[in-house]
Design a protein around this ligand. Structure first.
Ligand SMILES: C[S@@+](CC[C@H](N)C(=O)[O-])C[C@H]1O[C@@H](n2cnc3c(N)ncnc32)[C@H](O)[C@@H]1O
Length: 268
């Protein structure tokens, strides 16, 4: 289709300019990409923000996240766990065992991906629900046969709208890097959680001098980073108390450890 060809050509041209370090020309090229594809499957908005150009979006575009993870689903575990040293689900398990061991009745795994958190926490609750924007990731999560319910959809909408029994354990491992403003997510999670619920999640962060007073921003790898101060106040605004936060390495990027936080909150 002509439009798809045009879009691919415009996107590749923008990417080439970005890789060549010609950010001004890349910005113009990404603006053309956005005009052709307002849903932003290629993540032009986050790429612009990562280059320090354009406004910080409030979240990564749904179409971009869906396409990114649909495309990478089959290699996700190999790349993230084996090559990039990702083990946040195991860290969440350890922190829960240390600070809030349960037992839990209903686990909600937001952005469950291939189900790594479902596996890590499989003995900590009797019922498990997962939701993810990527249908291909959900297909892989289903293969574990650990989730009682799996949904393809946006975690924020789900938390704002679902009408179901409340959950007493909610986790979001490596999902906040695809959301900038977390207020709607946190308020939604509080809405669908029990009065004594525990909410565990990870974030990425950059040094204070790079954050330069911003509560969240898009980092150099096109993922959102959040300050702990912002996360704490967003939790409080939503009716949670932060009960634990530790420094973690989320993954390695080109051999460099990517710092982040592992946070546990309790419904206040
Ligand atoms: C890096 S993966 C982590 C997957 C899994 N939580 C884990 O720890 O292995 C991020 C996942 O979050 C999903 N995701 C990101 N933003 C989302 C959103 N707003 N709603 C639902 N899923 C989302 C992506 O599709 C992807 O599967």
């Amino acid at each position: 289709m002509k439009t798809d060809d045009e879009l691919a050509e415009a996107y590749n041209a923008a990417l080439a300019l970005e890789k060549a370090g010609d950010f001004a020309a890349a910005a113009e090229a990404y603006t053309r990409v956005l005009a052709l594809d307002p849903d932003d499957h290629g993540g032009a908005a986050v790429r612009l923000a990562a280059m320090g150009l354009g406004d910080t979006p409030v979240r990564a575009p749904e179409a971009y996240v869906e396409m990114l993870f649909d495309q990478h689903a089959s290699v996700f575990d190999d790349i993230l766990v084996d090559q990039l040293g990702y083990h946040v689900p195991i860290l969440v398990r350890q922190v829960l065992l240390d600070h809030a061991p349960g037992p839990y009745r209903r686990l909600l795994d937001l952005g469950c991906g291939t189900g790594l958190a479902g596996v890590a926490l499989s003995d900590m609750s009797s019922h498990r629900t997962g939701i993810d924007l990527s249908a291909n990731m959900i297909d892989l999560a289903a293969e574990h046969e650990l989730y009682d319910e799996l949904y393809v959809g946006d975690a924020v909408n789900f938390a704002q709208e679902v009408d179901d029994e409340p959950w007493d354990l909610v986790v979001a491992t490596d999902v906040l890097p695809y959301l900038g403003d977390v207020a709607a997510l946190f308020a939604g999670v509080r809405r669908i959680s029990t009065p004594d619920a525990v909410f565990g999640f990870s974030t990425e962060v950059l040094p204070d001098d790079v954050m330069a007073g911003r509560e969240f921003m898009v980092g150099p790898h096109q993922r959102f980073v959040h300050t702990l101060t912002y996360v704490r106040s967003a939790l409080e605004a939503a009716g949670f108390t932060m009960v634990h936060a530790s420094d973690i390495t989320v993954r390695h990027e080109e051999g460099t450890p990517q710092p982040g936080h592992l946070v546990l909150a309790k419904a206040a």
